[in-house]
Design a protein around this ligand. Structure first.
Ligand code: PEP
Ligand code: MN
Length: 264
C-alpha cells in the first residue's frame, strides 16, 4: 500500500485543508523542540507564522535520552500548542510516544508525529493507523529505507493513506554533526513510494549554524516540506537549544526558502 507500484501517482496528504505532497507548495512546520509554557509557544507561533510556516510544531511528550531530563508538559502543553496554533490560524504537529496517550494527543493535534525512536514500534504504528489522522513518520536513528517503508506499511495497512515521511538524519560514524541528514532519501523514497517526504534539518545536523544550508538543500532535493526547530531564546531552551534558530536566523532562512520556492 506504500509502494508506488500499488499507487503510481503522488498521494497528496490533506491536513484539514492544508495539502502536502505532489505539486503542492513546499510546507514549513516550525516551532520549539518542547512546549515550555503558553507565552513561549505563542511567541514561537508568532515567529513561525511571520516566516511563512503553516504548521506549528512542539513536543508535549518528549523522548529524552536521559530519564532525568525534562519530559514534556503533557496535556497542559497540548492545550497551549492548540491555543497558539488556533490564534495564528496554523495546524498542529506533535509527537505521540505511546498508545496509552494516543487518544489524548489525537484530541489536540492535526498531525501525529512518530519519533525516530518509535519507527519500529509496530503496535503504536498500527494504533495511529487506526485513527485516520495524518501521521508524520520519522526515520529511525539507524533505520534503513526498507525498514522505514515497512513501518509506513503498518500505518497504511489500517486504511490510513495519510503518511508523511520525515528524513531526520541517521547515525553514522561522523561526530561533527548530531546525525547525518540523508538527503538522498528524498528521491529514493519518491521513487519507491507515493507518500510525501519532508526533511528535518534541525535533528538532521543538530547544530543551528548548519540548519539553513540543509533546509535549502532539502527543498532543492525535491522534498515536499520541512520541519524545523525555532526558539525565541535558544540558549534558554529546555531542549535542543543548540539546534534551534532564533527569530532573525529563522526569518533569514525562510527568505532563502521563498527564493527557492519560486525557482523550483
Ligand atoms: C523532535 O522532533 O523533537 C524529536 C525528538 O525528533 P526525533 O524523533 O527525530 O529525534
Ligand atoms: Mn528536538
Amino acid at each position: 500500500l506504500t509502494s508506488r507500484e500499488f499507487h503510481p501517482t503522488d498521494t497528496v496528504v490533506d491536513v484539514d485543508g492544508l495539502k502536502i505532497g505532489g505539486e503542492e507548495n513546499f510546507v514549513t512546520m516550525a516551532g520549539p523542540c518542547s512546549i515550555e509554557g503558553l507565552d513561549q509557544i505563542m511567541e514561537c507561533a508568532r515567529i513561525a507564522k511571520a516566516g511563512g510556516a503553516t504548521v506549528l510544531r512542539g513536543g508535549a511528550f518528549k523522548p529524552r535520552t536521559s530519564p532525568y531530563a525534562f519530559q514534556g508538559l503533557e496535556e497542559e502543553g497540548l492545550k497551549y500548542i492548540r491555543q497558539a496554533a488556533d490564534k495564528f490560524d496554523m495546524k498542529v504537529i506533535t509527537e505521540v510516544m505511546d498508545e496509552a496517550n494516543l487518544e489524548l494527543v489525537a484530541k489536540y493535534t492535526d498531525i501525529l508525529q512518530i519519533g525516530a525512536r518509535n519507527m519500529q514500534n509496530f503496535k503504536l504504528l498500527t494504533a495511529v493507523g487506526k485513527t485516520g489522522l495524518p501521521v508524520a513518520l520519522k526515520r529511525g536513528i539507524s533505520g534503513t529505507i526498507d525498514e522505514w517503508l515497512n513501518a509506513a506499511e503498518y500505518i497504511a495497512a489500517q486504511g490510513n493513506q495519510k503518511v508523511i515521511f520525515v528524513e531526520r538524519g541517521i547515525r553514522t560514524y561522523e561526530t561533527a554533526t548530531r546525525n547525518t541528514l540523508d538527503l538522498s532519501a528524498v528521491p529514493v523514497i519518491q521513487k519507491l513510494s507515493h507518500f510525501p517526504i519532508i526533511v528535518d534539518p534541525s535533528h538532521g545536523v543538530g547544530v543551528w549554524d548548519y540548519v539553513t544550508p540543509m533546509a535549502v538543500a532539502g527543498i532543492a532535493s525535491g522534498a515536499s516540506g520541512m520541519i524545523v526547530e525555532i526558539h525565541p531564546n535558544p540558549s534558554q531552551a529546555w531542549s535542543d537549544g543548540q539546534q534551534s534558530l532564533n527569530e532573525k536566523r529563522y526569518m533569514n532562512m525562510m527568505e532563502q526558502i521563498h527564493v527557492m520556492e519560486k525557482a523550483m
